[in-house]
Design a protein around this ligand. Structure first.
Ligand code: JBZ
Length: 249
């Protein structure tokens, strides 16, 4: 899978791409990430990527020409590439979208800055618009990294142990159960005995229940969509009954 990043701050990507999962994925040739400086696609002597907004108002707007020239240059050389604009006005990104978009193997990611991009960029070259969530950010660079990491995890070989992609929290639709490692007692806090028992059936049952408990406590909205067995539903009913008795969790 190839990602072509368009940004006026290419250095933002240096460390995130040079560590851990994304570094290994690149080293194995499973993903290729190219960072392009939008300034290199300007044609004026000051290499300007922004300008004042027509109609007035605070802040600057990204000029259309450098972005459009960059996207068209990449698309000419790579006819299969699709472009994504990271923008607060985009479709909300989530796991299902990550999985679906991982089915396409070349993405051009347009990272906006300032108050936004000239509208004609959208009209001329943008195929999709994505937002990673409702919080205020200053640019599309961090959202672009989120996008790259989330899609990369669906490429076979990127995530170490093959099964853990779909096993991870969101894919299952429930939050993760609590994890423990050595030592067995730390500051008088003990590891649940069942985890030391070696009884794998009991361990699986405990983990499932703790996942259900956490999800019910912290993200009850997720329970609506999760696929639940009869035993899961019984356990959740127990939690709810318990709460009515205790008056708390
Ligand atoms: C995003 C102007 O550049 C921005 C600013 C905020 C922002 C993005 C790009 S993408 N927020 C999001 O994914 O929510």
């Amino acid at each position: 899978m190839t990602f072509d990043l368009l940004t006026i701050f290419p250095a933002i990507f240096t460390s995130p791409l040079a560590e851990s999962l994304l570094k290994k994925a690149q080293d194995k040739g499973l993903i290729r990430v190219r960072v392009h400086n939008l300034r290199d696609f300007t044609q004026d002597k000051h290499r300007m990527t922004d300008d004042y907004p027509y109609g007035g108002g605070a802040g600057m707007v990204m000029k259309p020409e450098p972005v459009i020239r960059a996207v068209e240059w990449i698309k000419e050389k790579n006819p299969g590439a699709k472009s994504v604009l990271l923008t607060p006005q985009g479709e909300r990104f989530h796991q299902r979208l990550a999985k679906e978009m991982s089915g396409h193997n070349h993405w051009i990611l347009i990272c906006g800055r300032y108050e936004g991009l000239d509208e004609r960029v959208r009209l001329a070259v943008v195929d999709r618009e994505i937002s990673i969530g409702d919080y205020i950010l200053t640019g599309g660079e961090v959202p672009a990294l989120v996008f790259i990491e989330a899609l990369s995890r669906y490429i076979p070989g990127v995530v170490g142990c093959g099964k853990s992609v779909e096993e991870d929290s969101f894919s299952q639709g429930l939050l993760e159960y609590p994890q423990y490692t050595r030592p067995p007692v730390f500051r008088e806090m003990v590891v649940p005995e069942v985890l030391l028992s070696g009884n794998h059936a009991q361990i699986e049952r405990w983990r499932r229940r703790e996942s259900l408990r956490r999800t019910w406590q912290r993200r009850p909205d997720l329970l609506e969509k999760a696929s639940l067995s009869a035993e899961d539903k019984d356990f959740l009913q127990e939690l709810k009954n318990q709460k009515e008795i205790d008056g708390h969790n």
